[in-house]
Design a protein around this ligand. Structure first.
Ligand code: F3S
Length: 652
């Protein structure tokens, strides 16, 4: 049998381990990316490791998420990140150049490479045949040392696309259809490989919408072949030399197959409060919409915004709707400006925002109380837009524009009628406007050594966990339900994002919206355990959802299931992730119960630990879904301690 594209790329980067799905494999990483609201901890960790320079082919630090300098904190972070990048040989994409994933694919990505990014939407790069994996910041720091990265060898699912998208139907519909079928946790451990005649017709930015939001399936990543569409895209970016054709074998073996006929897709909508709550747009109850946001890395390519602009052309944003547009890169913005589409948006009353993530992570444009917000971004968790009473719906840019005009949910066809066909004439440019003047290149090594890293008052220390002890007897500081997201644990928003370099301050807001009294309670308990339901830690890759609880003394999380990236972050930051062997044990535990574990260090390598509930007087077992390497990291007290030992051993 032939090989999938995923298998070919992993094989070409293989260092050690087993390539059997579910087992641990170690791979060489070519590229990394970080962004401003997660990266300070990454570079503090890299500093603590003690290397002079990165050992990847290319690492890029993007300043793109929080560009609202409402006080000293974010500028402090940006100055720190820029100086750390200079010191360590990292490229910097300056504020205003664009959102990390969009810029990375356009200016740095190449087929066949492996990239790890400190952001869950890193799989965006799968659109050009790269294997791009979202991880926590400590993993990015590790990848930058050149140490081979651990990966659970994925199952590879073939998604066979046939047909062609109808005008007014966007690539967003493909990923919403996948979410409807697979669910937010159905993709765990999988790579989704999109092939077939339908895939061949999708342009790279359309593919990026699909691979980007594949993160919402809980998947390891998603990927398209590097074919003629990728060639065309890289040529249009003036980087034809980066292209290599990379396809799965004709008779490639897959672990599962899904088929979608693109011609049958209709506009879809993801309803609050989970991305997989997907229904046909025509079936949603027509409520008044308060806010529309066309933006984010997921859905603001040239063609996306141009199509939305054509829906708006000669029409007005409804008087009851606040409609904003945040374009993902300076390059796209200039092209849209050149071709008159920005004018169409402005004439319609759309407010053009800065080139940044902004509202996608609650940095500005918070909806009103109980407000209905319609967005082209990728997550609709409660509170994701900064207001837990708001209800977020996710749609394509064409549907978002139609909704902004109508004041209630609508499709492009409802606005344009027969003219909807004109949307099919819009394609990506043959040649993009290339201007890399906002990218700061690394200094030569000798010059870089002289650079002083600048640490303003917002840059605090990197907390390092304690090593685990044989005996643990601690109370439960929180019992949570299913699908707790990293947004629930460490809220987004301008206010909280700018605290991410300052853990003593930020930890005060840990679980701020979900359980406002958690932080103080955990602090008073000094050491504790968190109990969670299914899919604990889903969503954003932000490792602060592990660092803050660790700083507050949380030693273990016992849950029914734990999302992939978050599990890695817990391991890296010294919190032991544990899974209920019998989910019924969950029901018998209450917040405040005292849990005791004896011989913990001896039990960890067996992956099965007995826990005694002293308050209720019963024992239960938990399993540790940890690889050999993760067991070593846990026993070392986190990745930083482990990595230092490993590098010291290599130097001998
Ligand atoms: Fe930014 Fe939202 Fe994408 S926060 S990186 S635009 S998912």
């Amino acid at each position: 049998m032939g090989k999938s594209l995923t298998r070919k790329i992993i094989e070409s980067h293989y260092v050690s381990g087993s390539m059997v799905p579910g087992e641990e494999v170690f791979i060489k990483v070519d590229q990394t990316l970080t962004h401003d609201i997660n990266a300070v901890m990454t570079y503090l960790a890299f500093e603590a490791i003690g290397l002079d320079r990165i050992r990847t082919e290319c690492s890029v630090s993007y300043l793109d998420h929080n560009l609202l300098y409402v006080d000293n904190k974010t500028p402090d972070d940006h100055i720190y990140l820029q100086s750390a990048a200079k010191k360590f040989g990292v490229h910097v994409s300056r504020p205003g150049n664009g959102i990390c994933h969009t810029v990375h694919v356009a200016r740095f990505g190449a087929p066949g490479k492996i990239s790890m990014g400190g952001d869950s939407h890193t799989p965006h790069g799968g659109s050009i045949g790269m294997l791009c994996i979202g991880v926590g910041g400590m993993d990015v720091a590790t990848a930058m040392t050149g140490v081979p990265m651990r990966l659970k060898m994925p199952r590879v699912v073939q998604v066979y696309l046939t047909g062609e998208l109808k005008p007014g139907v966007n690539a967003k519909e493909v990923i919403l259809e996948m979410l409807r079928r697979v669910s937010i946790k159905g993709g765990l451990g999988n790579v989704y490989e999109y092939v077939g005649p339908g895939a061949a017709k999708l342009e790279v930015p359309q593919r990026a919408t699909i691979t980007n939001m594949g993160a919402e399936l809980g998947a390891t990543t998603s990927i398209f072949p590097a074919d003629e569409q990728v060639h065309k895209f890289l040529k249009a970016q003036g980087r034809e030399e980066a292209y290599t054709e990379l396809l799965p074998d004709e008779d490639a073996e897959y672990d599962e197959r899904i088929e979608i006929n693109l011609s049958e897709l209709e506009p879809l909508i993801s309803c609050p409060h989970q991305p997989d709550n997907v229904i046909p747009l025509k079936d949603v109850e027509r409520k008044p919409v308060q806010q529309v946001f066309i933006g984010s890395c997921t859905n603001t390519s040239y063609a996306d915004v141009a199509k939305a602009a054509l829906v708006f052309k000669g029409r007005q944003v409804n008087e009851n709707v606040s409609c904003t547009c945040g374009i993902a890169s300076r390059q796209t913005y200039k092209e849209l400006l050149r071709d008159g589409y920005i004018d169409m948006l402005i004439d319609a009353g759309v407010r053009i925002l800065e080139i940044a993530c902004g509202p996608c992570c609650a940095i500005g444009q918070t909806p009103a109380t109980e407000g209905i917000a319609v967005r082209t971004s990728n997550r609709n968790f409660k509170g994701r837009a900064g207001n837990p009473t708001a209800k977020i719906y996710l749609v394509s840019p064409e549907s978002a524009a139609a909704t902004a005009i109508k004041g209630t949910f609508a499709s492009a066809e409802e606005i344009l009628g027969e003219d909807v066909k004109k949307l099919a004439e819009i394609h990506e440019p043959e040649e993009y406007i290339v201007n890399d003047s906002m990218i700061i290149k690394p200094l030569p090594e000798e010059e870089a050594k002289k650079v002083e890293i600048v640490k303003g008052p917002n840059i605090k220390f990197l907390p390092v966990p304690e090593e685990p002890q044989q005996h643990l007897c601690v109370p439960v500081s929180l019992k949570g339900g299913d699908n707790i997201s990293t947004d629930d644990i460490t809220p987004a928003s301008a206010e909280f994002s700018s605290m991410r370099s300052n853990i003593p301050l930020m930890s005060k807001y840990c679980y701020h919206r979900y359980a406002p009294d958690f932080s103080e309670r955990a602090r008073q308990m000094s050491k504790s355990i968190i109990i969670g339901g299914e899919n604990y830690g889903q969503g954003s890759s932000r490792e602060h959802a592990a660092i803050n609880p660790m700083f507050l003394g949380v030693k273990c999380v016992i849950a029914k299931s734990i999302a992939r990236i978050h599990k890695g972050n817990l391991v890296n930051h010294g919190i032991i992730p544990m899974l209920f062997e019998d989910p019924e044990s969950y029901d018998k535990i209450d917040q405040g119960d005292e849990l005791e574990i004896n011989n913990l260090l001896d039990q960890i390598p067996t992956r099965k630990v007995e826990v005694f509930n002293k308050t209720k007087g019963f024992s239960f077992f938990v399993n540790l879904d940890l690889s050999d390497n993760e067991v070593e990291v846990v026993l070392s007290g986190g990745q930083l301690r482990f990595l230092k030992k490993q590098l010291a051993a290599q130097e001998k």
